[in-house]
Design a protein around this ligand. Structure first.
Ligand code: GLU
Length: 303
């Protein structure tokens, strides 16, 4: 299998869409990113990684971190997590407040911001350092000790994060959080602001392709838990466009407003693509197009 050629072909197919995306600007520190920058990495379950473009350049992982936080919260605390957060697509924007009122402070799923704040809260309770747990996991799975939080991005988020603060306070009013709101928000921003490359994230996502097994051979999640994380990625991982992502790409995937998309090829590997130009739903235009081209060319969707 010529993985390098597959990735080059996917990039070429994606670039037909060049110029159609815009970098996120609601977090000022992300607005400077070049919307047509592009990198893509594919790691196989054997741990071999192939890449094209800027696949070793760190970018702001943003909501891609939510996958790792969820997996760690499940690994540390088990099924109890699902008492505080659901697993249905929300049908609303990722930072929406509206459902929380009628659903008594229980977020629809762990990948909208409200749900990720609950996951962060639980991970903080379980480990004492939610952002550190995610950072350490990414470092050990990628083998890259340089993976770390970009403090300027975290500060920029905190300064402009009125919606996240509103979500956290609103949930606290329902008793949905166990830690002080300020601590939950600080850990949430710090894990969103982790800078990692496509190579790092593809390697770190391999435990989901290996049905729960980490790089050192130890088990993080049971097979059933890994299936569940993949299922929530498929149904809720790409904002309000998860249906379209399943339709086009057909893989469990999680995107972030930094332009990254991590997708899992169960039993085969993990792919991460990065390009900061986003569509109206918040997904990377070139990233989704490249994954669409990859699964169309190979038949590697889960369907
Ligand atoms: N830190 C971002 C926020 O809370 C994450 C958004 C995202 O990537 O979906 O708005």
């Amino acid at each position: 299998m010529d993985y390098g050629q597959l990735l080059r072909d996917a990039r070429a197919a994606a670039f037909v869409q060049q110029g159609r995306g815009r970098s996120a600007d609601y977090i000022p520190a992300l607005a400077e990113a070049d919307p047509s920058a592009f990198g893509m990495a594919l790691a196989t379950v054997e741990g071999v990684v192939h890449g094209v473009g800027q696949w070793e350049k760190p970018f702001s992982v943003q909501s891609v971190a939510k996958v790792f936080a969820l997996a760690l919260a499940l690994a540390e605390g088990g099924d109890r997590l699902w008492r505080g957060v659901g697993r249905e697509p929300s049908g609303n924007p990722f930072n929406s407040l509206v459902q929380l009122e009628s659903e008594q402070g229980i977020p629809r799923n762990p990948f909208i911001n409200a749900g990720a704040l609950v996951v962060t809260d639980r991970l903080l309770e379980l480990t004492g350092d939610a952002a550190g747990a995610v950072r350490n996991f990414l470092r050990s799975e990628s083998g890259n000790p340089a993976v770390g939080t970009d403090d300027s991005v975290a500060e920029s988020e905190a300064r402009h994060g009125h919606r996240n603060a509103a979500l956290a306070h609103f949930m606290a009013s329902f008793g949905s959080l166990r830690n002080p709101v300020d601590s939950v928000l600080a850990h949430y921003y710090a894990h969103c602001a982790i800078a990692a490359s496509c190579k790092d994230l593809a390697l770190a996502g391999l435990f989901l392709a290996r049905h729960g097994i980490r790089v050192d051979g130890s088990r993080l999640l049971s097979r059933s838990e890994a299936k569940r994380v993949n299922a929530v990625m498929l149904t809720c991982g790409t904002y309000d466009a998860a249906g379209d992502f399943a339709f086009r790409v057909g893989l469990p995937g999680k995107s972030g407003v930094g332009g990254g998309v991590l997708a899992v090829l169960p039993g085969r590997g993990a792919v991460c693509v990065w390009s900061p130009g986003l569509d109206a739903a918040g997904n990377s235009v070139l990233g989704v197009a490249a994954l669409d081209a990859l699964t169309t060319a190979t038949g590697w969707s889960v369907f």
